[in-house]
Design a protein around this ligand. Structure first.
Ligand code: NDP
Length: 249
């Protein structure tokens, strides 16, 4: 049910934060993980930690040619592709009236168009392998809005709908496509948010029934579940991993 021996996984943004947490889960269950991100030093450090044949391939997920090269290279070096985690993401925290078109595009390209580019590139190899698993990373802003996150919220809402479309399209190919919606997790991204958004740290603690911020290791289990046989009849779902943040107002 939960073993991933012999499987190959690409994790975008797998060199830190939630992506690294998910990569730890996948590698721990026996998968060979391709860490796909821009910062080569961070990626090499992640690969050393993951072991189990992990490798790093540099990619800019906003660039179609770079994404296509990632998938060609990964399949050439690992022989197959079974699992894709579309995790790379950024935020530019400004209200809509201050956000430029270039900033809007940067966030949408990194968080949403990247999931299209990577899933599109992954589909042929997964079909050849007889099936596959795609895991997209949404957010609490797939559900809620925030005054400082117009492009981010749009991208994360879009991720949920994109997940459903791919799930419906690729079910006949035995490819399950699901989304994870993390609550507030302690990473570089939210360390910056806590500096930029006054009172954020305490308001998250107050609202989260679990009474804590999430850690990247909270994502190991869900990664293994959504990447393995245990979830073969689950597709198009958006699963919160949020300590209960979204269940109370
Ligand atoms: P981090 O900033 O720690 O990690 C972001 C990752 O994305 C890095 O590994 C970075 O690697 C990679 N990345 C960014 N831009 C690109 C790019 N153009 N090409 C390739 N890789 C890129 O953030 P988190 O771990 O917090 O975020 C991971 C995901 O989880 C994001 O999608 C985020 O929106 C989502 N999320 C996070 C939450 C949280 O509370 N932390 C809550 C909800 C969702 P590099 O710089 O080396 O390219």
């Amino acid at each position: 049910m939960f073993g991933l021996a012999g499987k190959v996984a690409i994790v975008t943004g797998g060199n830190g934060g939630i992506g690294l947490g998910m990569a730890r889960g996948l590698a721990g269950a026996g998968a060979r993980v391709v860490v796909a991100a821009r910062d080569a030093n961070k990626s090499e450090a992640a690969v050393r930690e993951l072991g189990a044949g992990a490798l790093a391939i540099a990619v800019d997920v906003t660039d179609e040619r770079s994404v296509d090269a990632l998938f060609r290279d990964a399949v050439a070096r690992c022989g197959r592709l079974d699992i894709l985690v579309n995790n790379a993401g950024i935020n530019i925290r400004k209200p809509p009236h201050e956000l430029s078109l270039a900033e809007w595009r940067q966030v949408i390209d990194t968080n949403l168009t990247s999931a299209y580019l990577c899933s599109h590139a992954a589909h042929p190899a997964m079909k050849r392998a007889g099936g596959g698993k795609i895991i997209n990373i949404g957010s609490m802003m797939s559900i809620f809005g925030a005054p400082y996150a117009p492009a981010y919220a749009a991208s994360k809402g879009g991720i949920v709908q994109f997940t459903k479309a791919c799930a419906a399209a690729w079910a006949p190919d035995q490819i399950q496509v699901n989304a994870i919606l993390p609550g507030w997790i302690d990473t570089d991204l939210t360390r910056r948010a806590r500096v930029q958004v006054a009172g954020l740290h305490d308001s998250v603690l107050r609202r989260t029934p679990a009474g804590r911020w999430g850690t990247i290791d909270d994502f190991r289990g869900i990664a293994v579940f959504l990447a393995g046989r245990a979830s073969d009849f689950i597709t198009g779902a958006a699963i919160t991993v949020d300590g209960g943040y979204s269940v109370q107002g």
